[in-house]
Write a protein that binds this ligand. Structure first.
Ligand code: PLP
Length: 394
């Protein structure tokens, strides 16, 4: 039977990682894969994560299954981290999922169950996994304009014009903060206008929030999500703990379905549990338990917030350094967008042949659409990247 299988498209980022590994140059710089790295190139285990793991190891006396929704304490802790008190808790159904990707996948499946003909509006560009999962599920996608190639900011007029084409029964997928792959984000007034369009059209928002704490801070990064959920009747939120807790391989995420009132919550909760059952039954627990332990312990939570702040400030520092180095070398402000972008990524906004030249000539690896992982840099490599960017004529 397997002879009927067709080769599936290769993951471009994983292919890039392979090329990087095979490059013998010791000056090479990896700005490809989306994981946080410190100045030494390590993706560290956060102190609070280690401490929580130790507590769990000492206290845990069974590995019996959790519930289909995961441990309810994880849901509660994450709902308050993401939403604070933006909506009544009794309106929120939630399930633990394998990573943010699991939450995204389950959200799309729930949409398809509720509205088989829903169109999902996606930013152009968006995280490629959004597109490939939607395609795999056979769901209709409508791209909306997002990135302005000139300013390297948000093409807000284009975005608004495209979102006005949504209607009730459609879904508008938004990045809660730290847009991947561009790094360009909406400001407060622009979020307000998006909320207005959602209310006018009746389309349902879905928020993917995978980098809370990587942009302007834990609360600032969730502010738009909180405002939006308070304003619209229904919403889906896919949250990932991979980046802000640095627990990538533990596969830890939460999907929230927010209903207009508490009476709809039961059906939403049962649907989410059903979807977990169909796809993988019980969600992974270890990462979720780490997160719950940290968030519910004042000392661990405080230490985690301090370390997350260091991570965030390190990326902001690299952004500032790169923008000012490019300003110094080029004598122009045309790279100032790098300091304005937020999160782990910035789209340089250059052509694939220049991305290739950066790789071939300088051993600098970034994704073909010119997405750079800022965390792949350090104080020594920033000037090398800045010189290379100008050398290839970006
Ligand atoms: N959503 C976006 C936009 C992402 O960039 C990522 C990770 O790269 C995720 C969701 C989910 O990540 P994970 O499944 O590793 O939690």
């Amino acid at each position: 039977m397997f002879e009927t299988l067709k080769a599936q498209p290769a993951d471009k980022i994983l292919a890039l990682m392979q090329m990087y590994r095979e490059d013998p140059r010791d000056t090479k710089i990896d700005l490809g894969v989306g994981v946080y790295k410190d100045a030494t190139g390590l993706t560290p285990i956060m102190r609070a994560v280690k401490a929580a793991e130790q507590q769990i190891w000492e206290a845990q006396d069974t590995k019996v299954y959790t519930g289909l929704a995961g441990d309810p304490a994880f849901g509660d802790a994450m709902i308050s981290l993401v939403l604070a008190d933006a909506v009544p808790r009794e309106n929120v159904a939630a399930v633990a999922t394998p990573g943010g990707t699991g939450a995204v996948r389950q959200a799309f499946e729930m949409i398809r169950m509720a509205r088989p003909d829903a169109r999902v509006f996606v930013s152009d560009p968006t995280w490629p996994n959004h597109l490939s999962i939607l395609k795999y599920l056979g769901m209709e996608m409508v791209p909306y304009r997002y990135f302005d190639d000139e300013t390297r900011g948000v093409d807000f007029d284009g975005m608004m014009a495209d979102l006005k084409g949504a209607r009730a029964g459609d879904v508008v997928l938004l990045h809660g903060c730290c847009h991947n792959p561009t790094g360009a984000n909406l400001n407060t007034a622009e979020w307000d206008a998006v909320i207005e369009v959602l209310l006018q059209t009746g389309a349902t928002p879905m928020i993917d929030i995978a980098y809370q704490g990587f942009g302007d801070g834990l609360d600032a990064d969730a502010a738009a999500t909180r405002k939006l959920v308070a304003a619209v009747p229904e919403c889906l939120i896919a949250a990932s703990c991979s980046k802000n807790f640095g627990i990538y391989r533990e596969r830890t995420g939460l999907l929230m379905a927010i209903a207009a009132d508490a009476s709809a919550r039961g059906l939403n909760q049962a649907t989410l549990a059903f979807l977990n059952r169909q796809n993988y039954s019980f969600p992974p627990d270890h990462g979720a338990r780490i997160v719950t332990t940290i968030l519910n312990d004042d000392a661990l939570r405080g230490d985690w917030m301090t370390e997350l702040e260091e991570v965030r400030n390190a990326m902001l520092g690299l952004r500032e350094q790169l923008a000012s180095e490019l300003q110094r070398l080029s004598g122009s402000d045309r790279f100032s967008f790098l300091a304005q972008h937020r999160g782990m990524f910035s789209r340089l906004g250059t052509s694939p042949d220049k991305v290739e030249a950066l790789r071939e000539k300088h051993g600098i690896y970034m994704v073909g659409d010119s997405r750079m992982n800022i965390a792949g840099l350090n104080a020594q490599t920033v000037p090398i990247l800045a010189a290379a960017i100008l050398d290839v004529g970006v």
